[in-house]
Structure formats: structure tokens, C-alpha cells
Write a protein that binds this ligand. Structure first.
Ligand SMILES: Nc1nc2c(ncn2[C@@H]2O[C@H](COP(=O)(O)OP(=O)(O)OP(=O)(O)O)[C@@H](O)[C@H]2O)c(=O)[nH]1
Ligand SMILES: *[C@@H]1O[C@H](CO)[C@@H](O)[C@H](O)[C@H]1NC(C)=O
Ligand SMILES: *[C@@H]1O[C@H](CO)[C@@H](O)[C@H](O)[C@H]1NC(C)=O
Ligand SMILES: *[C@@H]1O[C@H](CO)[C@@H](O)[C@H](O)[C@H]1NC(C)=O
Ligand SMILES: [Mg+2]
Length: 392
């Protein structure tokens, strides 16, 4: 039977459309993905995972920029060279401060490197936080939730004693004296962050807090520096702890050293912590809101034993032991002092303190935006002199 003219044209058009579909499917991946069944389910799956609080690789509404547009002023971002991440613990309410800090570290360092970020919180991340952060960088970002056991006050803590301790500290006018969440945070940073699922795949970390500023452009990769120079822990600001927050910490440390003398490094930095060969603690420590360090040190046998020993005294809750003295004491005693590094080149500000390179050449090279006169080093509250003296 002969087809009439209109029917023939319709069939011809249909034939062309079908061939076009096959040609496009074979030659154009995006077209194929968008029209194939698996492509559709993949898109659907992405939609479904959008609001979960497990690892979210950047915000799905913020597509990455094309390759030619990345890398800031000096071109395409290099592939990362160290097994490292930038990590921030924050609350959803810290969003503006977090944005500020990420802008700053991207500007002064990471836009050249694209190191991945991990954000941690004991509460589910709000979509707005993820969105506000994701737009700032093309580096991979993961948002993780902290398991309950790693954060909250353990059941074996005597709550009556803890309440009493907080009250006593409040009477002394100590900052965060009455705060349980601050104590959770200090204990988490002391003994748990490096065990979080999202951090296990990394060796090195750079700790970043909301509302901090990086004042100098880094002309090198500090992670690679640490690796090549055989360093484990790095700081920018050393200062005195408020002794009323840690009345029994040093005695506990001394007991630990007596029980485990084999853990104490022979060429340690005790001279930084103590003015009388270890009898008393002089309150000098590294300010841990900035840290670049090797998490395998925290994960190792020595620090694990040390943290457990401290933790079981309940001092994180009965007193207010900070992660800064805990990390500092461990690094200073269990590492050879040459494995601890002072990053003079990193201009860093966590109000009310800042480190600004004093040497004009370093300051100029880093195009630093900080006032050298305002640097904390060698000021009245600084422990930089105690650091220096152990190398003379
Ligand atoms: N998720 C979460 N993060 C917290 C909590 N408390 C503090 N943090 C984070 O822990 C870090 C240290 O807390 P800060 O409040 O900055 O404590 P600090 O640096 O000793 O004191 P400030 O002078 O107030 O900065 C920051 O990254 C905070 O965002 C909390 O309850 N939940
Ligand atoms: C198409 O789908 C494949 C497999 O799911 C994926 O690897 C590829 O990146 C997708 N391509 C585009 C352009 O979306
Ligand atoms: C990227 O890496 C290459 C080779 O390691 C190096 O020569 C180049 O200077 C780097 N570029 C930037 C912007 O760091
Ligand atoms: C990165 O470091 C972690 C911790 O040391 C390790 O488990 C992991 O295998 C390392 N990854 C690579 C690619 O080397
Ligand atoms: Mg802070």
C-alpha cells in the first residue's frame, strides 16, 4: 500500500529525530546523561542527598566554575601535594565568622592549592551554612556531624562535682566558667576531632576558627614544609594559660610521666613549659585556635594513652582544661623539640591577639596587612621568649 504524502513526511521527520537522538547520545555525554534512565535516577539521587548531614561535597546549587576561571589571580589551581585538609569546628550561628575566615585563608593561601575543607558540628548543618560556605571556593568541602559520644559530657562524670566546679570558677570571674558546651568543645578538640570519619583519610590538618584573619600571603605550602622538614606540630602564637582553669592538670601530667617515662622524648621542650625543670608549669602553651599538625601524632599510642589518662580524671568537666594546654604539653613533652615549628611567615589574628612578622623582609614578601607593632610576640603576655630560650 502506498503511503500518502503527509504520512511519508511525518515518518521521515520521526526517522531524523530518532537518528539525531542516537548520534547525540553517542557523541554528547551531558545529553546522554540527561535523557537516559540512569542519568535521571542519578539526578534524583543527588536531589535526595541534598539535605542530609553526612558528607556533602559542596552545595549542589553552586556548580563549580569552569576550569579556566579557577585559581584566582595567578591562574589554574594546582593539585594538592600533601595529604592534608583545612578543618573548622563551628555552629550554624557562626556562619558570618566562618565565611570571613574562609575568604581570608582562600585569599592568602588556598586559592593557589585547593586543599579540601572539613566542617564539623555536633548539630546538623543548616542548608544556609553550607550554601554560604560553598560559594567561596572550588575546593572540595565536606560537612560532618560529630557523634554524640565524641561531644557530650560522659555519664560517668559526677554532675554534682561538675556543677560545683563551674560555680567556683564563675565566682572567680573566669571566661566560659559556667559553660558546659565550651567544655565539650575543649574535650572534643583534645581527644576526638582527629578520629572523625571525615578526617581519617588525612594526615595533616590546619585548624581554622570563625572570625580569624590571615594577614600575609603564603609564598609556600606549609604542609609540604612540615613534611619535608620532619615537623609534627606548628604554632603562630604562644602565651600564658589562666591557671585557675587547670588547677590539677600539671600534677596529672607529672603522674603520667612517672608511670610512662618511656613516652617522654629525651630532647623535649620541657624548658618551654617549665622554669624549674618540670617541677611547676609556667602556663606557657601554644594557642591552639591555630594549628598545623600531623594527626597521626594524636592518633598514636603515646597521645592516646595521655588523653585517656587525663580524661578519666574528669578534669575537662570538674575544672576547665583547654585543648590548647593539653595539645601543647603533649607536643612539648612527647616530641623532640625540633619537631615543633613556629611559622613566622603566617600573619594570623584571632582577636584579641595576632602574630605579625617583625622582620621587614618577611612582612614585605608576604604583602602583610597587619601592623608589626601589634604583634603578640615578645609582648607582656607572650611566651615567645620561653620558646626561644630552649634553642640556646
Ligand atoms: N559546633 C560547635 N562548635 C563550637 C561550640 N563551642 C565552640 N565551638 C567552636 O569551637 C571553636 C572554639 O570556640 P570559641 O568560642 O572560638 O572559643 P575560644 O577561641 O576559646 O574563645 P573566643 O575568644 O570566644 O574565640 C570555634 O571554632 C567555635 O566555632 C559548640 O557548642 N558547638
Ligand atoms: C555522565 O554520567 C557518567 C556516569 O554516571 C559520569 O561519569 C559523567 O561524568 C556524566 N557526564 C556529564 C557531563 O554529566
Ligand atoms: C603549580 O605547580 C607547578 C609544578 O609543581 C609550579 O611550577 C607552579 O609554580 C605552581 N603554580 C602555582 C600557582 O603555585
Ligand atoms: C593520608 O593519611 C592517612 C592518615 O595517615 C592515611 O590513612 C591515608 O592512607 C593517606 N592517604 C594517602 C593518599 O596517602
Ligand atoms: Mg575562638
Amino acid at each position: 500500500m502506498a503511503l500518502n504524502k503527509p504520512t511519508r513526511y511525518i515518518l521521515l521527520a520521526l526517522g531524523i529525530l530518532i537518528s539525531l537522538h542516537f548520534i547525540l547520545s553517542a557523541t554528547h555525554e551531558p545529553y546522554s546523561n540527561a535523557t537516559s534512565f540512569s542519568g535521571l535516577t542519578a539526578a534524583w539521587r543527588q536531589e535526595m542527598t541534598k539535605y542530609t548531614d553526612t558528607a556533602v561535597p559542596a552545595h549542589p546549587d553552586i556548580p563549580p566554575l569552569p576550569k579556566w576561571a579557577t585559581g584566582g589571580v595567578s591562574g589554574v589551581a594546582n593539585t594538592t601535594r600533601a595529604n592534608a585538609t583545612l578543618v573548622m569546628l563551628a555552629r550554624n550561628s557562626d556562619v558570618n565568622g566562618a565565611v570571613q575566615s574562609i575568604r581570608s585563608i582562600e585569599d592568602r593561601f588556598n586559592r593557589e592549592y585547593g586543599y579540601p575543607y572539613v566542617f564539623l558540628n555536633e548539630e546538623p548543618w543548616e542548608d544556609n551554612f553550607k550554601k554560604r560556605i560553598s560559594v567561596l571556593t572550588n575546593a572540595p568541602i565536606e560537612f560532618g556531624v560529630i557523634p554524640r559520644d565524641a561531644w557530650f559530657q560522659p555519664d560517668w562524670i559526677d554532675e554534682e562535682k561538675a556543677t560545683e566546679g563551674r560555680k567556683k570558677m564563675e565566682e572567680q570571674g573566669i571566661i566560659y566558667a559556667g559553660s558546659v558546651s565550651y567544655r565539650n568543645m575543649c574535650r572534643f578538640n583534645s581527644g576526638f576531632f582527629f578520629k572523625h570519619d571525615l578526617l581519617l583519610k588525612y594526615k595533616w590538618y590546619w585548624r581554622i576558627e570563625p572570625d580569624v584573619k590571615f594577614h600575609c600571603t603564603l609564598p609556600f605550602d606549609p604542609f609540604v614544609y612540615m613534611e619535608e622538614q620532619n615537623k609534627v606540630y606548628a604554632f603562630t602564637i604562644a602565651l600564658y594559660e589562666w591557671s585557675a582553669t587547670i588547677p590539677t592538670l600539671w600534677d596529672t601530667v607529672k603522674k603520667f610521666m612517672k608511670e610512662y617515662p618511656q613516652y617522654v622524648a629525651s630532647d623535649n621542650a620541657m624548658g618551654f613549659l617549665s622554669d624549674n625543670s618540670g617541677d611547676g608549669f609556667n602556663m606557657c602553651h601554644f594557642w591552639s585556635n591555630f594549628e598545623i599538625a600531623d594527626m597521626d601524632f594524636w592518633r598514636g599510642e603515646v597521645y592516646t594513652k595521655f588523653f585517656e589518662y587525663l580524661d578519666k580524671t574528669g578534669g575537662f568537666y570538674y575544672e576547665r582544661w583547654g585543648d590548647a594546654p593539653v595539645h601543647s604539653i603533649a607536643a612539648a613533652l612527647f616530641l623532640p623539640k625540633t619537631k615543633i615549628h613556629f611559622f613566622n611567615e603566617i600573619g594570623y589574628e584571632h582577636p584579641p591577639n595576632q602574630h605579625c612578622p617583625k622582620d621587614d623582609s618577611v612582612w614585605r614578601k608576604g604583602m602583610c596587612s597587619c601592623d608589626q607593632e601589634k604583634t603578640h610576640d615578645y609582648g607582656p603576655y607572650s611566651c615567645q621568649a620561653q620558646w626561644d630560650r630552649i634553642f640556646h
